[in-house]
Design a protein around this ligand. Structure first.
Ligand SMILES: [Zn+2]
Length: 122
């Protein structure tokens, strides 16, 4: 059974829908794979795609940013055209940012370079 990333703001489902702006502020996306979840979800479970990349010493604060635009939910990243377009084929189904608007922080850049990973921002 394939794992599926938590739906963003799932834990805040009891919140008034008119509070979307507030809920939205708590959403962050992973610099590496662009998975979007709430800060709580990253705090509790890390990034579903990059868990093994970041050891326990790296906080989600170091590899996520609230500064992204667009959101797309992909149920079958291997098959959907959007998944292919965003290069999500290797990732778990979930919600992804269309673009990350922040530069990768230097510390994170160092970690990724050490592991030979290039981050692609679309
Ligand atoms: Zn990730």
């Amino acid at each position: 059974m394939e794992r599926v990333a938590d739906v963003p703001a799932h834990l805040e489902s009891n919140r008034d829908p008119s509070d979307f702006a507030l809920t939205n502020k708590t959403l962050v996306c992973c610099y590496v794979c662009r998975l979007i979840k709430s800060r709580n979800q990253f705090h509790e479970a890390g990034c579903d795609n990059c868990k093994n990349l970041f050891g326990p010493s790296i906080s989600f604060e170091d590899y996520t940013t609230p500064n992204f635009s667009g959101m797309i939910s992909v149920m079958d990243p291997k098959a959907s055209w959007a998944g292919k377009w965003l290069h999500l084929g290797r990732y778990v189904p979930g919600c992804y940012a269309m673009a990350v608007n922040d530069d990768v922080p230097d510390d994170l850049q160092d970690i990724l370079e050490n592991k030979g990973i290039k981050v692609r921002h679309g």
